[in-house]
Each structure stands twice: as structure tokens, then as C-alpha cells.
Ligand binder design. Structure first.
Ligand SMILES: *[C@@H]1O[C@H](CO)[C@@H](O)[C@H](O)[C@H]1NC(C)=O
Ligand SMILES: *[C@@H]1O[C@H](CO)[C@@H](O)[C@H](O)[C@H]1NC(C)=O
Ligand SMILES: *[C@@H]1O[C@H](CO)[C@@H](O)[C@H](O)[C@H]1NC(C)=O
Ligand SMILES: *[C@@H]1O[C@H](CO)[C@@H](O)[C@H](O)[C@H]1NC(C)=O
Length: 753
């Protein structure tokens, strides 16, 4: 018990280093010699270690440092401190002090008692709890060194720093029997100096002091960005820097709202472009900007990435509001506020009235708006009629023409599906089960010690949640090259974080396979989450384009060349087998890839294919636009959007064709926007002159309209195994007269900037 008290006392000494000041304490003086009643021992605080205090001066100073009013010496070797002295019966003080034998230090059952000069109470023991934006709960214990009757407590808060202008000090008083108080009306995001002092008849006691930060509050509502000008696919805005009295401004988010869909904005479903498209939400975060390097002019829709968000080009016929959000983040608390887009901005954009003037008079606006509303109402009715008619026709044709050769659906319906970002991967399983699974997710991943991770300042590209840097991880003593996704997960909303974990799960869940890119581990920093993923600089696409010998040799050397590919037929088929094997593994785990194409297959050591762009591992290389997957998309996706593993089989056959065409672009003569309709009408990739019938038949099977007639990946692996018995029989890279490479059109494979 005594040692526990000593510990508490030691803590107090640490917390309140005290220098004796003559204004606070009087002089020390001897009180007398009294008998020591053992039953009252709990009123005394024993100083330890004993020997150092076994002189009057040491004992007095020690007790004073602990704010006790009395120092008591017993038997020449023990020093006790107390808040009052039990001076009733006289004792026999005969033992000289160990340190100074000319002084008397009590006796066997007697105390030599000295007043230390401390008159007012010592500091109470305090604890701060339940800190909110505007209040704190303070709990305290009566000071041990009360030195008299405690009549009350005084609490005070003074402003130290924060995000608002300095605030006046506040003070509260509580009764002597109280031990807790909720202090309210505090300012959010502010550091205060809290003092709690006991009050006795002798006066105001020594304060216990601590500092506390109140939680940050919602940022002030930012101003709606001003529209400066608009272009076909973009809108230039001017951002007014926000102000926030309640916390830091950690980031700005630029929000695009599609006004043609009447949905109330709800922050819990505010996502990046890709996810918003997938979930059919008419608003999305198009950019996240750093307030420290804020350029007040911003072009919405320039096709670049900002803070990990894709600033998607705006569709020319859309009607958009541009809004802005302010994110505030501190100590694990995230707050946000969004500008309420006004009708003024609305009117300007919807009507597309040429050069924008901010001072359009309200009455003009009303007239113009009324016309606009009337016009769009008519348009809406018309489109509904057209839609119903089309739907009816399509339905009839489908019934009549099972081979869908003459099916014609025009473009507009497909535009939504026409960009690669719609096809994000997901796991087709029960929602609840997966949510629970995510909780345990991080525990399954190797948590890389910070000193095993070497992050290079070399940007590889932009992932869905942040930038991707080059680096290496020390794994069992060897440096393994990795792509490091650096994610400011602390800044994410709950929904985004969930989506991110889902994407991470896609990489963790299947486990490892030789033909899948693998997750190495994660490393947590105070404000960044690093996700390290196996990295190989070359993709299958790069390797194929590199193998085009004729394009890489000087004209005078070409005469001696007999083959048009530097890779062997066996190696090409073997690569396809590897990709099919990786896909078979995913198929077995019931995971759809949805983004298969040669650019999404990494080549380890230039020969071993590893399927990438799964879940979180996807990123867009620096200086490149995101891949547009329209050319690899199965016909049923354009039709219904319903994905099955047979849709991955379709894409695989496109990859096979791409591989055999040595990196050629599928359908190079068809513009992307026409492609969905053409594919639904039965367009498929042509047979290449250097490919045997048996191999092409295999691809044709993968492009069957009837999903049941398409092979599974398991069957594809088997078939490719057979073809590998005699590769030269199925593929031949021997140069024939009139040979030309299939055209490679990079702009057709990426989303236009
Ligand atoms: C011992 O105590 C006497 C009487 O209080 C004092 O005068 C003297 O200075 C002390 N000696 C030492 C070494 O502290
Ligand atoms: C404190 O004492 C006052 C009367 O002196 C009494 O009314 C009050 O209930 C007491 N409070 C507590 C917490 O005991
Ligand atoms: C807090 O207040 C006390 C008493 O007013 C003062 O001594 C102390 O320096 C203050 N602390 C800080 C960090 O300013
Ligand atoms: C926003 O969406 C969430 C989840 O979808 C829902 O729980 C919440 O009630 C919505 N809030 C408003 C204001 O509609």
C-alpha cells in the first residue's frame, strides 16, 4: 500500500515539479514531539527511500515538495509527511538523526513534527474524459495534501492555440464535496490550458495543470466555386479559399453533380467517378486538392488525376453543377462540409448561354430558366416515348432473331458503359459476410516493418486511392521490387475506406498464384497507408510491341530477317496458357477480373505472365491515360451490364488475339463510340494469316453469344495445353511477302483526355 502511494507521489512529483517559492509557503518550524499512534498510520505518507530523508532538513523539503503541511520523523530513520498532525499526547523523542547526529529524529514510537510552511492545499489528481467538440468532462480526487478542510474547487480554461482567434479565459467554481464537472461552451479544435485547484480556508491551492484539445468541428461552409468558362467537355472554375474556425483545412474536394438526375446530395454516397458510375449516383468527387498548393483556377473534366481522383471529362450534353467540399482532419477525426450549389450557377451551366456573366439580372434568369424547363420537359417526354418504342422493338427482334445478326441498338444507352471505369471488380458474395470479413482483413496481411520498406521518390502512376511509387521491400534478406500505393486513408470517408478495403480484399482473398500479381504487405504511417504490391516494369503489351523485329531494325538489316517476331511460337502460346491458368484460379475463387487486357498483364522477367489490375493493384501509369476497355468487353455487357466469368472468357480471347497480333489494337478501324453497337450486331476479331484454324476456332468459341457455349477457363487451359504439343502447327512467325503488323493505336485503347 505504502509503495503504491509512493508511486502516486512520485508521479505527482513528475507532473508538478515544484520549486519552493517564499510567497507560497511560510518558514518551516518545529511543532513538538508526539507519540505515534500506529492506527492512524494511513494519515501519514511515508517517504521512500528512507535513508535519504533521515535528517530534519531532507524530510521537510521532501514533504514540502509533495505539498504537505507537516514533516514527521520517527526513530531516526523514517520520514512521514502529513496534512495535519496528531499532536495529542507527548512522545519521547530521543533518537539522533542518521545524517546529522546533533538533531533529534523522533523515537521508537514518537514523532518529531515540523511544519513545512505549506498552508494551502496541494493539487488534486485530475483526469479529463469524454472530450467532444464543445465540452469536456473533468474528474478529480481530493488532494492528499489537503492541509485543512477543502471548501471548494476552482477550474479554469485558458486558450493556448487553435484555428479561431484567441478566446477569453473561463472559470468555474464547485463545492468542496464535488469531484467531477462537465465544462461546456468550449470552442472546437482548440487547445486549452486546464487548471483545477482545491480551495481551503488557507486559500487557493496549488493547481493541477493539463492541456487538452477539443475535437475539431464541421468546417465553415465553403463558397460555391465560380464558373469562369466552359468548354465542350470541361468547365473552368475559380475556387475561393475556404475558412475554418473549427479545425484545419486538410483538403478541398471538387464535386460534380449531374443536374439531369433529381437526387438529393448525400455525403455518405459521395464517391470517386468510377464508383459513382457503377452505383448510378449522379454526383462524384472529381478532384481532391491540397490547400497548401491551391491553384484557385481549376478545370473540371481535364481527364487527369487529382489526389487520386479521376477528373473525368464531362459529357457534352450533360447539365452539371460544380460544388466544393472542405475536409478537415485531425487526431483521427474527420469532418467535412459542402457548398450548396446555387441556382445561379445552375442556370448558367444548364443553359450554355455562351460567355458567362456573373451579373445576369435575376429577371432575365427567370425567363431563361422557364424556357429551359419547358424545353427539357418536352425533351424528357420525347425521350420516354422513344425509349418505350425502342424497347418494344428490341424485345420483338430478340425474340425473332436468336442469332442477333440484325440487331441494332443505337449508341446513347451504351455511352454509360462505354468507358473502362464502369467495370470495377467485385466479389459476388453475400454482403454482410463480406463486411465482417473486412474487419479481419488487415490482420491477414504482412505488416511490413518500416525499416524493411524503401520508398523511392519515383512516381509510377496514379491508383484509385492515391499515388503509386516505386520501391522495394526487404523480404527474407532480399530486396523485392514493389509498387507502393500510398493512401491517405485517414482522409477517406467511411464509404471510400470500405471501397478501398474491398479492393484490397480482392488481392488478399484469392491467395497467391504464380500467374497473379501478389500483395507483399502493408505498412502503416501516422497519416499514410502504404500497400506494397509485386512490381514488374514491363507489361505483356510492352513485351509484344517490343517483339516486332521489323519495326526495331534498320531498313538495310531487314533483308536477312526471316521472322517477324523475336519471340518463339512456343513462348507466345505458353504466355497465353499462363494467363488462362491465372484466370482459371480466379474463376475458382469466384472472382471476376472485369479488366483483362494485355496492358493489365505484367511480365515477370519478361516471360512469366502475372495478371494484374486486380482490385487495388490497378493504377494508371504516369503520362498515360486510363485504359478504355471497350475493345475487350463482351457483347452481353453492352446489352445488360450483367457480368459473369464468361465475360472474362470473352476478354481473354481478345487478349489472345492481341497477343497473336503482337500488341495490335483490336478493331483498329472502328471508333470506340461505335464499337458497342457493332459488337452487339456480331462484330468479332478477324483471323490472322499466321494463325491456324484450330487456334482460331478456340477464340471463336470464346466469342459465342450463348454463354453456355463459351468454354470455361479450365477448358481453355486444357485446350492450350494440347496446342502447346505442336506450337509451330498453330502459329507461325515466318516472314511471308506482303506481311504487315496489325496496327497499334494507343489513343483507341485509352480514355480520351
Ligand atoms: C546539523 O544540525 C545543526 C542543528 O540544526 C545545524 O546547525 C548543522 O548545520 C547541521 N549539520 C549539517 C552537516 O547539516
Ligand atoms: C454537496 O453538499 C451539498 C450541501 O452542502 C449537497 O446539497 C450536495 O448534494 C452535495 N453533493 C454531493 C455530490 O454530495
Ligand atoms: C497553464 O496555466 C498555468 C497557470 O495559469 C501556467 O503556469 C502554465 O504555464 C500554463 N501552461 C501553458 C502551457 O501555457
Ligand atoms: C444518406 O445515405 C445514408 C446511407 O445510404 C442514409 O442512411 C442516410 O439516411 C442518408 N441521409 C440523408 C440525409 O438522406
Amino acid at each position: 500500500m505504502a509503495s503504491l502511494e509512493a508511486l502516486v507521489a512520485a508521479l505527482f512529483v513528475l507532473c508538478f515539479p515544484h520549486s519552493i517559492s517564499s510567497t507560497e509557503v511560510g518558514q518551516s518550524y518545529p511543532i513538538g514531539c508526539f507519540s505515534f499512534r500506529i492506527e492512524l498510520k494511513s494519515n501519514y505518507f511515508e517517504i521512500s527511500p528512507v535513508s535519504s530523508s533521515s535528517s530534519v532538513d531532507n524530510c521537510v523539503i521532501n514533504c514540502l515538495n509533495l505539498y504537505y503541511g507537516y514533516a514527521n520523523l520517527k526513530n531516526g530513520d523514517t520520514c512521514y509527511c502529513s496534512s495535519k498532525h496528531e499532536g495529542t499526547s507527548a512522545g519521547e523523542c530521543t533518537t539522533p538523526c542518521a545524517r546529522n547526529s546533533s538533531q533529534i529524529c523522533g523515537g521508537p514510537n514518537s514523532l518529531s513534527v515540523y511544519a513545512t510552511g505549506q498552508l494551502v492545499p496541494g493539487p488534486p489528481e485530475i483526469k479529463v474524459d469524454q472530450v467532444t467538440e464543445s465540452s469536456i468532462l473533468v474528474k478529480w480526487k481530493r488532494p492528499k495534501a489537503a492541509n485543512g478542510l477543502i471548501t471548494g474547487y476552482t477550474l479554469s480554461l485558458t486558450y493556448l492555440r487553435g484555428f479561431s482567434s484567441p478566446l477569453p479565459p473561463m472559470e468555474w467554481e464547485y463545492a468542496g464535496n464535488s469531484s467531477r464537472a462537465r465544462l461546456a461552451s468550449l470552442h472546437p479544435g482548440t487547445e486549452y490550458n486546464l487548471t483545477v485547484s482545491a480551495v481551503s480556508e488557507a486559500g487557493l491551492g496549488v493547481p493541477a495543470i493539463t492541456t487538452i484539445w477539443t475535437q475539431i468541428g464541421d468546417p465553415d461552409e465553403p463558397e460555391v466555386p465560380k464558373v469562369l468558362s466552359q468548354d465542350v467537355n470541361s468547365i473552368t472554375i475559380e475556387i475561393t479559399p475556404a475558412r475554418n474556425q473549427n479545425g484545419p483545412i486538410s483538403a478541398y474536394q471538387i464535386i460534380v453533380m449531374d443536374e439531369s438526375v433529381p437526387t438529393a446530395f448525400n455525403e455518405s454516397t459521395l464517391f470517386a467517378y468510377a464508383l459513382a458510375q457503377k452505383e448510378n449516383i449522379p454526383y462524384y468527387i472529381t478532384a481532391e486538392l491540397n490547400p497548401d498548393s491551391l491553384d484557385t483556377k481549376f478545370v473540371v473534366g481535364d481527364g487527369k488525376f487529382y489526389g487520386g481522383y479521376y477528373n473525368a471529362p464531362l459529357s457534352a450534353d450533360g447539365h452539371f453543377h460544380i460544388s466544393m467540399g472542405v475536409i478537415s482532419f485531425k487526431d483521427g477525426v474527420r469532418k467535412s462540409n459542402f457548398a450548396h450549389a446555387t441556382h445561379e450557377q445552375h442556370g448558367v451551366i444548364v443553359l450554355d448561354v455562351g460567355p458567362v456573366t456573373r451579373d445576369t439580372s435575376p429577371s432575365t434568369m427567370v425567363i431563361v430558366l422557364s424556357f429551359a424547363i419547358a424545353f427539357f420537359s418536352v425533351l424528357l417526354v420525347l425521350s420516354i416515348v422513344v425509349y418505350v418504342v425502342m424497347r418494344h422493338k428490341v424485345h420483338q427482334r430478340r425474340l425473332r432473331l436468336p442469332d442477333n445478326q440484325e440487331l441494332s441498338i443505337q449508341g446513347p444507352i451504351l455511352e454509360v458503359e462505354g468507358n473502362g471505369y464502369v467495370h470495377t471488380g467485385y466479389i459476388p458474395e453475400d454482403e454482410d459476410e463480406r463486411t465482417n470479413h473486412l474487419e479481419a482483413l488487415k490482420a491477414k496481411i504482412w505488416s511490413i516493418p518500416v525499416n524493411h520498406l524503401d520508398v523511392k521518390n519515383d512516381l509510377l502512376g496514379t491508383g484509385k486511392y492515391g499515388s503509386v511509387l516505386k520501391g522495394s521491400v526487404n523480404q527474407k534478406g532480399f530486396p523485392v521490387p514493389v509498387a507502393i500505393h500510398s493512401i491517405a486513408d485517414v482522409l477517406m470517408s467511411k464509404a471510400e475506406r470500405k471501397e478501398m478495403l474491398k479492393d484490397l480484399d480482392l488481392l488478399v482473398r484469392p491467395g497467391s498464384h504464380d500467374n497473379l500479381i501478389s500483395l507483399i504487405g502493408t505498412c502503416e504511417h501516422p497519416d499514410l497507408l502504404y500497400i506494397a504490391i509485386e512490381h514488374h516494369p514491363a507489361t505483356l503489351k510492352d513485351v509484344l510491341l517490343e517483339s516486332r523485329i521489323l519495326e526495331h531494325s534498320a531498313p538495310d538489316q531487314r533483308d536477312n530477317i526471316t521472322r517477324f517476331c523475336s519471340l518463339s511460337e512456343h513462348s507466345i502460346l505458353n504466355t497465353l496458357l499462363g494467363v488462362a491458368d491465372g484466370m482459371k484460379f480466379l474463376e475458382g475463387k469466384r472472382i471476376f477480373h472485369k479488366k483483362l487486357c494485355a496492358s493489365h498483364v505484367a511480365m515477370a522477367d519478361g516471360v512469366n505472365p502475372k495478371i494484374s489490375a486486380i482490385g487495388i493493384s490497378e493504377y494508371c501509369r504516369s503520362q498515360q491515360s486510363p485504359t478504355d476497355l471497350t475493345r475487350w468487353t463482351a457483347q452481353e455487357i453492352f446489352r445488360s451490364g450483367h457480368f459473369t466469368s464468361k465475360s472474362d472468357v470473352w476478354a481473354f480471347a481478345c487478349v489472345a488475339w492481341e497477343t497473336l497480333a503482337l500488341g495490335g489494337t483490336p478493331y483498329p478501324d472502328v471508333p470506340t463510340r461505335e464499337l458497342p453497337a457493332r459488337i452487339m450486331r456480331g462484330l468479332i476479331l478477324p483471323q490472322l494469316p499466321h494463325i491456324g484454324d484450330e487456334l482460331f476456332q478456340l477464340l471463336l468459341q470464346c466469342w459465342q453469344v450463348d454463354l453456355d457455349e463459351r468454354p470455361s477457363f479450365e477448358e481453355l487451359v486444357e485446350a492450350l495445353h494440347c496446342l502447346l504439343d505442336n506450337p509451330a502447327h498453330h502459329v507461325s512467325f515466318s516472314l511471308r511477302s506482303g506481311f504487315r503488323y496489325e496496327p497499334y493505336a494507343p489513343e483507341m485503347e485509352s480514355i480520351a483526355k
